[in-house]
Design a protein around this ligand. Structure first.
Ligand code: SF4
Length: 186
């Protein structure tokens, strides 16, 4: 992608951000108390042209599946602020499915899961990775001992690459079951 194209992207407001801003503007517009307290003001021409001064455009990929479609991440002070498609990406050629089109909100979402969590006494609690891996391993081993390996089924992820799929298949075989498939199958 050329520097000119990046500049053009820089001047755009992402579709999702635009919809959010429009919704907020509408909500404020119908609330007279906000109108009288100067909560909002009209954006300047410069702010409309360049709402994220000093931002950089970083080429990245969508991680929701192993296709790896191109994403242009606009980053300001280390924060991903806006997303556009990578029209020059050799695989996706500017296309996205709905998951990739919303990749920025998987990062910025306030409900994003950042750590392993377990529900204890009805409440979600953060646990360490070691606890999570140990806990899942113990449950699998217990199932294997008490109900046999065919009491389990292994579902591969859409994020798996070829090598990960190979190891996952091997893991199921070593566990002792042929119950394995791709999650998209169901
Ligand atoms: S989830 Fe969609 S956008 Fe993301 S890499 Fe896969 S096909 Fe591409």
């Amino acid at each position: 992608m050329s520097a000119n194209t990046y500049e053009t992207l820089n001047a755009k407001v992402g579709r999702r951000s635009f919809m959010k801003m429009a919704a907020v503007a509408t909500a404020f517009g119908v609330t007279s108390s906000f109108a009288s307290t100067n909560v909002t003001r009209k954006a300047t021409e410069e702010e409309i042209k360049n709402p994220f001064p000093g931002s950089k455009l970083v080429k990245s990929i969508c991680t929701a599946c192993s296709v790896g479609c191109g994403v242009i991440a606009e980053v300001q002070n280390g924060v991903w602020v806006r997303q556009e498609v990578a029209t020059d990406h050799p695989v996706s050629l500017g296309g996205h499915c709905c998951k990739g089109a919303d990749m920025i909100d998987m990062v910025r979402s306030e409900v994003r899961l950042k750590h392993p969590m377990v529900k204890k006494a009805g409440k979600w609690q953060r646990i360490s990775w070691d606890e999570a891996i140990e806990g899942i391993g113990s449950k699998l081993e217990n199932l294997r001992q008490t109900a046999g390996p065919d009491s389990t089924m292994f579902l591969g992820s859409a994020k798996f690459g070829t090598e990960q799929s190979y190891y996952f298949r091997k893991f199921a075989a070593m566990f002792g079951t042929n119950n394995i498939d791709h999650q998209a199958r169901i």
